[in-house]
Design a protein. Structure first.
Length: 160
């Protein structure tokens, strides 16, 4: 029952936001709005179910976010180089899996927020994709197309 209430709240908030955003009530726009509301409500319900909606984020963590954006242009060049390399010298596999120590923590709202932020912002730059955080081994697991950097390139916000 609680998840139904959470999903309903998500539907209402998404519908209100969409109507304010588009500022029209034409029928095609309302159909698109219904689709957006359904997606938004489903995402909100899923986030509540996984505990991400209750996550707490620290301003101190967010202050480190610009360094992620600063690495994007360099990593775009790396990924383009790998794409050209694949055209010139095709290989069955490119990239490598890497892992670094990451204190996963428990189910508290601050730990959930730290893990969610590490996973989301860790995948912003195109060369590094965060696979997840293993709470059993306390490891941050990533895939890098071009292996580069140390811990600072994997745990970019230094949250672990």
């Amino acid at each position: 029952m609680r998840s139904l209430a959470a999903a309903s709240l998500g539907f209402v908030l998404a519908a209100a936001f969409y109507i304010v955003l588009i500022d029209t009530v034409d029928l095609p726009e309302l159909y698109a709005g219904i689709a957006a509301v359904l997606l938004g409500g489903a995402a909100f319900g899923a986030a509540r179910h996984q505990g991400v909606a209750e996550a707490q984020l620290s301003w101190r963590w967010m202050a480190r976010a610009p360094r992620v954006l600063g690495s994007v242009p360099r990593q775009i060049v790396w990924v383009c180089g790998e794409a050209i390399g694949q055209l010139l010298r095709p290989r069955a596999q490119r990239g490598t899996f890497r892992a670094v120590a990451f204190r996963a923590g428990g189910e508290g709202s601050e730990d959930v927020g730290r893990r969610a932020l590490a996973e989301a912002l860790g995948s912003v730059a195109p060369n590094t994709i965060v696979i997840g955080i293993d709470p059993d081994t306390n490891l941050l697991l990533v895939h890098q197309l071009r292996r580069g950097g140390g811990r600072d390139q994997i745990d970019v916000l230094e949250l672990g």
